[in-house]
Design a protein around this ligand. Structure first.
Ligand code: FES
Length: 106
């Protein structure tokens, strides 16, 4: 079953994105053609250019960033309490209706 997400771009445009379970949120955003989410390191948790804000989280999302993700987010001047690296969120059915906003560029 596809997972339906909403991605809000830096221009404040809401884009409906549909993704298969098992892909990362970063991969789903890129596959939808939203390339302002750069994802420079390709998902290996080392660039922080896949930074998003969780605007609306279903109960299935563990919203806390941990370990390397937490350290990388600390390097962003735009970090907020709802910041996550989208490459570190694997999509599954519990995340249906997730709403995220792409963080400003650092
Ligand atoms: S894509 Fe580089 S940290 Fe997520």
């Amino acid at each position: 079953m596809a997972i339906d997400l909403t991605v809000i771009t830096r221009e404040n445009v809401s884009v409906a994105v549909s993704a298969d379970p098992g892909v990362s949120l970063m991969e789903a955003i890129r596959a939808a053609g939203i390339y302002e989410l750069v994802a420079l390191c390709g998902g290996s948790c080392s660039c922080a250019t896949c930074h998003v804000f969780i605007e609306q989280a279903p109960a299935g999302l563990d919203s806390a960033a941990g370990g390397d993700e937490d350290d990388l987010l600390d390097s962003s001047e735009h970090r907020q309490p709802n910041s996550r690296l989208s490459c570190q969120i694997l999509l599954d059915a519990a995340l249906n209706a997730l709403v995220v906003r792409i963080a400003p560029e650092d």
